[in-house]
Design a protein around this ligand. Structure first.
Ligand SMILES: C[S@@+](CC[C@H](N)C(=O)[O-])C[C@H]1O[C@@H](n2cnc3c(N)ncnc32)[C@H](O)[C@@H]1O
Length: 209
């Protein structure tokens, strides 16, 4: 899928569906918040949510007192929905409308979080472009938390094919310089009651990686 069709797909999704009409909706992103805590994040840590869409993760982080939260997503409509929901708290978040595979990071972060965005990159070139941005934007010693459909999870999401993973396949895709520190399975229940098996793996970026 090229950059233009990818963007128009996601803009259409967020322009036509309400927050709880998408399969990935979560009232509270419990697993993500827990893993960000396990990564040792403190109030001043730089945290970026890649493909954050209209997720409530930013709301949860701001309400827990995190002061340096960024949400990046391809869809400006998704970011607008999140900002509108958060009201004044939206001013405490940095919003970046960009395709992560062509984004030029201008700073580094302590925590890179991604729930269900990386798995849409099925083309090895797009995966490599994503990983190049991860290596530039995540400081040595920082943590990358990547949630995808598990190997026995759905083959498609939002009508698009996905790459399913476990910790081993993610580690192999990321390449050297990342130490796996936690992996867990999570069963997400869609708003219409269908279970979806996810995996979340947390990697620490090695000092010399
Ligand atoms: C399944 S949704 C998950 C949204 C959010 N992470 C959550 O857990 O609610 C996937 C998100 O990834 C975004 N996305 C897909 N490809 C992307 C890309 N190449 N760059 C940035 N965002 C992307 C989509 O716009 C969408 O918001």
């Amino acid at each position: 899928m090229n950059d233009v069709s990818r963007q128009s797909h996601w803009e259409k999704v967020y322009a036509t569906k309400g927050e709880s009409e998408v399969s990935w909706f979560q009232e509270t992103p419990v697993t993500s918040l827990e893993l960000i805590g396990l990564a040792g994040a403190i109030r001043t840590s730089g945290i970026i949510d890649i493909g954050g869409g209209a997720s409530r993760l930013a709301d949860g982080l701001v309400s827990q007192g995190f002061e340096d939260v960024t949400v990046l997503d391809l869809s400006a409509a998704a970011l607008a929905a999140a900002r509108s929901r958060m009201g004044d708290n939206a001013n405490r978040v940095t919003w970046i409308a960009a395709d992560v595979t062509i984004w030029e990071p201008s700073r580094t972060y302590d925590v890179w979080h991604d729930r269900a965005a990386f798995h849409f990159l099925t083309d090895p070139e797009d995966q490599a472009a994503y990983i190049a941005r991860l290596r530039r934007a995540l400081r040595p010693g920082g943590h990358a938390i990547i949630g995808t459909f598990a190997l026995d999870g759905p083959e498609r999401c939002s009508g698009l094919a996905v790459s399913r993973h476990d910790a081993g396949s993610l580690a192999a895709t990321l390449g050297g310089g990342f130490e796996l520190i936690d992996t867990r399975r999570h069963e997400h229940i869609t708003p219409w009651g269908t279970p979806q098996r996810f995996q979340f793996s947390t990697f620490r970026r090695e000092q010399s990686g």
